[in-house]
Design a protein around this ligand. Structure first.
Ligand SMILES: [Zn+2]
Length: 49
């Protein structure tokens, strides 16, 4: 079963799923598929499991 969580982009609020394995890594930078903004996991506008 795939483990994912949901984040909202802090720039455009687009909500998308991310592999759960990335959440534990503080150094990971996510890239929004909509506006291409890059942000660390902890800067996401919201996080939902
Ligand atoms: Zn965005």
């Amino acid at each position: 079963m795939e483990r994912i969580f949901w984040v909202s982009c802090p720039s455009c609020r687009f909500r998308y799923s991310v592999d759960h394995a990335l959440r534990r890594r503080a150094d990971v930078t996510l890239e929004c598929p909509r506006c291409r903004d890059r942000f660390p996991v902890e800067s996401a506008a919201s996080i939902e499991d």
